[in-house]
Design a protein around this ligand. Structure first.
Ligand code: B12
Ligand code: SF4
Length: 430
């Protein structure tokens, strides 16, 4: 009999809807452990209240917790409850927050997994109870061959309890690559170790998952979460060839600097209906400070191509990265009014653990940093965002005024994404 593992998704009640879809990372992990003969379950506590946790957390030998920065404190509370359910169980934390701050997490958890978790968690589970104790911080190299991973098993969750929609129908997510070759200064995707090497699943592997979701789960409207889905044109052509006959609908993220009419036509022909660009700013200066790989001109061209191919376009914007001024805010407004995407979200810059501004605030002129991690939410309900730092020029009030200005200028012509229900369900997180 294998080890019993319960992987726990922690609630995030501040967002408009924290139960859009099952956590992909945890699903990958649970499926992988089951594949290797262990008894892993996924316990999704999103949209639940504290009084129910003791009933919802099953007895297990190992409890694993997913951590965003904003949910870290809640993860500690859930961990206390799990400890009560089985005081002898091993408590393991993984995900973006503890990957950035593993040593701090060791005061609360028995083990911390840094970066991608499949190999580390299996190693840990198989070492428990053996003579050689596993290290308390585990950091295995990222999975080299993504096609070797078993497809996430959605039978581990109650699909009817999730609310993500794409083009008006229930939707699930897929991911066909891991890693990103860029190093945008604000991006906390970095510390997952993924930028050591970008890895792609084969087009055939991705389409096998799409067919599985359509035929086994009855879900034909999908969301592709890759950071760099459009990175390789030959791969995209092959995905298009394989997806086209399936008549699926999907949404994905685009890369403005690698966009062309061929890219957006291929996406549209293969069933893509909605594309999101991480535009961040309309100011060349701000894009350079953030180390974004694109220019305002590339954003202009990309949005034009996507619209010409018939895609609904969403722009993600960041306000208040150090260096932002009213002039750069104006440039963002002007670029957006000129390109006129269909939807947008504007969040305040947030120095997440694992990013240079968090670890070297002085290099970015940051003079104050909020130590309450629960404030580190980019998108909450009711169009709200968090303000967690100050420089000599910027503080929460100024950031809020800048963000309000963008919202006021764009709202008459461009829809706030939370109100674009056909694609995001009742989401406002993305
Ligand atoms: C897709 C995505 C989402 C989707 C999630 C879809 C899904 N079905 O899972 C949605 C839109 C819901 C989402 C929401 C948010 N997201 Co998000 N999201 C991403 C994105 C782009 C990809 C994540 C992904 O699916 N990766 C693929 C899976 C396979 O990998 P993974 O999730 O990282 O899991 C692996 C490891 O982390 C590890 N692991 C994870 N959990 C555990 C637990 C244990 C026990 C172990 C051992 C290992 C382990 O093993 C997994 C398998 O290898 C990342 C950026 C990135 N490239 O990482 C941002 C990212 C994770 N999100 C981020 C944020 C901030 C958020 C929000 C808080 C935004 C907000 N509203 O303010 C919300 C969370 C609110 C909520 N709970 O609803 C930040 C996290 C930063 C941080 N330190 O907290 C990231 C890094 C982006 C960024 N801004 O830099 N997100
Ligand atoms: S391109 Fe996107 S995923 Fe890659 S580092 Fe920049 S923000 Fe992060």
């Amino acid at each position: 009999m294998g080890v019993k593992v319960a992987l726990i998704q922690v609630p995030c009640p501040q967002v408009a809807n924290d139960r859009l879809e099952p956590n992909q990372g945890l699903l990958y992990l649970a499926t992988y452990l089951n594949y290797h003969g262990h008894e892993a379950t996924l316990v999704d506590l999103s949209s639940t209240t504290e009084d129910t946790w003791v009933r919802l957390i099953p007895p297990a030998d190992v409890y694993g917790f997913h951590t965003y920065t904003a949910t870290y404190d809640t993860a500690l509370e859930v961990a206390r409850v799990a400890r009560g359910v089985n005081p002898r169980a091993a408590l393991v934390a993984g995900g973006p927050h503890v990957s950035a701050l593993p040593q701090e997490a060791l005061t609360h958890f028995d083990y911390v997994v840094v970066g991608e978790g499949e190999t580390s968690l299996l190693r840990l589970v198989e070492a428990l109870g053996k003579e050689d104790a596993p290290p308390r911080v585990l950091r295995e190299p990222p999975v080299a061959d993504l096609d070797s991973l078993p497809l996430p098993n959605y039978r581990l969750v109650d699909l009817d309890s999730y609310r993500r929609q794409v083009a008006g129908k229930r939707s699930l997510s897929m991911i066909s690559s891991r890693g990103c070759p860029y190093r945008c200064t604000f991006c906390a995707g970095h510390m997952m170790g993924a930028n050591e090497r970008v890895r792609f699943r084969s087009p055939e592997g991705l389409v096998r998952e799409a067919v599985y979701l359509a035929t086994e789960m009855g879900v034909t409207n999908l969301k592709v979460n890759d950071d760099i889905f459009t990175a390789q044109l030959p791969r995209l052509r092959r995905i298009n060839e394989l997806l086209k006959p399936l008549n699926l609908n999907y949404r994905c993220y685009g890369e403005a600097h690698r966009c062309s009419s061929e890219v957006t036509d291929l996406l549209a022909q293969s069933g893509c209906r909605h594309i999101s660009f991480g535009v961040e700013s309309g100011s060349r200066k701000m894009l350079r400070l953030m180390k974004k790989p694109h220019t305002p001109a590339q954003v202009r061209a990309a949005i034009a191509c996507a619209k010409a191919s018939g895609l609904t376009v969403r722009a993600y914007l960041i306000v208040g990265f150090p260096g932002e001024t009213w002039e750069t805010v104006r440039e963002t407004v002007e670029l957006m009014l000129e390109c006129c995407p269909h939807e947008y979200i504007v969040s305040a810059f947030m120095p997440y653990p694992g990013t240079p501004p968090y670890h070297h605030p002085e290099q970015f002129g940051i003079t104050e940093l909020d130590t309450d991690f629960s404030h580190y939410l980019q998108v909450k309900g009711n169009r709200e965002t968090g303000y967690v730092f100050a420089t000599r020029e910027l503080n929460g009030d100024i950031l809020a005024a800048m963000r309000d200005c963008i919202i006021k200028e764009l709202s008459p012509c461009i829809t706030w994404s939370g109100e674009a229900k056909a694609y995001s369900g009742i989401s406002s997180t993305g």
